[in-house]
Design a protein around this ligand. Structure first.
Ligand SMILES: [Cu+2]
Length: 372
């Protein structure tokens, strides 16, 4: 009982602290809610069912109709996850996954999100959409304490791929983000995505990969510590965060989430859209044995895509889209080409590609044998 009381007291203190910090930031943007509500009564409303990454919700690649209001709901979950065998994190998540679900809309649509913070959680949370304009990306209008919900609407007026993340104020911002609380949205141009010459590009499959750096404290014996709730690791985690080097990096929340049996799939001849996001650290993506045929710098579909990339950069705080048409079968590694991060901290995925091998592109002329 005493233990529960201690936890609850600490939780309340942290909720208050984050609330104060947010109030300071929010004071700059209260004007966002002044004025007459936008009249969108004539617009069609469509519910989007969000799905767990690496998958995207059902969507059309081109859409020529009128702008719509796309509604969706997310439930915030503070929960313990095992990011590799024996290593546990008190994660904060949008909808229970790391990263949170991908939202897909078209340019000109309105995104209307209902965000729920169940009373089983301890902390105040909110959401900052990098794709939106004003009020700290919506962060100043979406602060919800445990037991509350809020609905935010914003106009999706910039086509591209963008991060969203929790930003409840002060040190709680990096703490929540490095505890897993972010995701991404894709805003498609109405007439589809275009290559460097302006021609339409369609994709056969799309995958969303969320790279996450974790900062997990160790005990006196050098073992990674395990905590009982999302508040308890706060002080220890901040000390590890100050070193700036994550202890672990995951692709989609867990070592092996996208490798081996869980690999992403494709077939020779298929064009695959990869959306890669990082909400805190920088990354540099390389597809071993393949390329980025088209990569949209900074994730903006208003930018002319760069072509034939060997490695492409994803800044901390952005999502970047790339397409590749597979030409050979086999297992491809998709990773951060900071190879120390990929192999020592864990940031890697696989793409398993089926199809017929092309000897013109590559052939083992003689197998390994003794030097003659
Ligand atoms: Cu949060």
């Amino acid at each position: 009982m005493i233990d529960i009381l201690k936890k609850t007291t600490l939780g309340v203190v942290l909720i208050l602290l984050s609330g104060i910090a947010l109030a300071e930031a929010g004071a700059q943007s209260y004007i966002a809610n002044v004025g007459v509500s936008a009249n969108l009564s004539g617009l069609e409303r469509v519910k989007q069912i969000l799905v767990a990454p690496p998958f995207l919700p059902k969507h059309q690649q081109e859409y020529s109709g009128k702008s719509r209001i796309i509604e969706m709901e997310m439930v915030i979950e503070e929960k313990e996850i095992e990011i590799e065998p024996g290593v546990f994190v008190q994660a904060m998540t949008f909808n229970g996954t790391n990263p949170g679900p991908m939202i897909v809309v078209h340019e000109g649509d309105y995104v209307e999100l209902t965000l729920k913070n169940p009373k089983t959680n301890l902390l105040v949370h909110n959401i900052d959409f990098h794709s939106s304009t004003g009020a700290l990306g919506g962060g100043a209008l979406t602060k919800v304490a445990p037991g509350e919900q809020v609905t935010l609407r914003f106009k999706a007026d910039r086509p591209g791929t963008f991060v969203y993340h929790c930003a409840p104020g002060g040190l709680m911002i990096p703490y929540h983000v490095v505890s897993g609380m972010y995701g991404a949205i894709m805003i498609l141009p109405k007439d589809g995505i275009r290559d460097d010459k302006g021609a339409l590009v369609t994709y056969d499959r799309a995958y969303y990969i969320g790279e996450q750096g974790w900062y997990i404290p160790k005990d006196h014996n050098g073992q990674y510590k395990r905590y009982s709730n999302a508040v308890a690791p706060y002080n220890d985690t901040l000390k590890v965060m100050r070193g700036l080097v994550p202890t672990h990096v995951t692709y989609n929340g867990k070592k092996g989430a996208l490798t081996g049996e869980n690999a992403m799939h494709a077939k020779v001849g298929e064009t695959v859209l990869f959306i890669h996001s990082q909400a805190n650290e920088d990354s540099r993506i390389h597809l071993i044995g393949g390329h980025g045929d088209l990569v949209w710098p900074g994730g903006s579909f208003n930018n002319v895509p760069t072509v034939d990339r060997e490695t492409w950069h994803v800044n901390g705080g952005e999502a970047v889209a790339a397409v590749y048409t597979f030409k050979q079968p086999g297992i491809y590694a998709y990773l951060n080409h900071d190879l120390i991060q990929a192999f020592m901290l864990g940031g890697a995925a696989h793409v398993a590609v089926e199809g017929k091998w092309n000897n013109d592109l590559m052939e083992q002329v003689s197998a390994p044998s003794k030097i003659k």
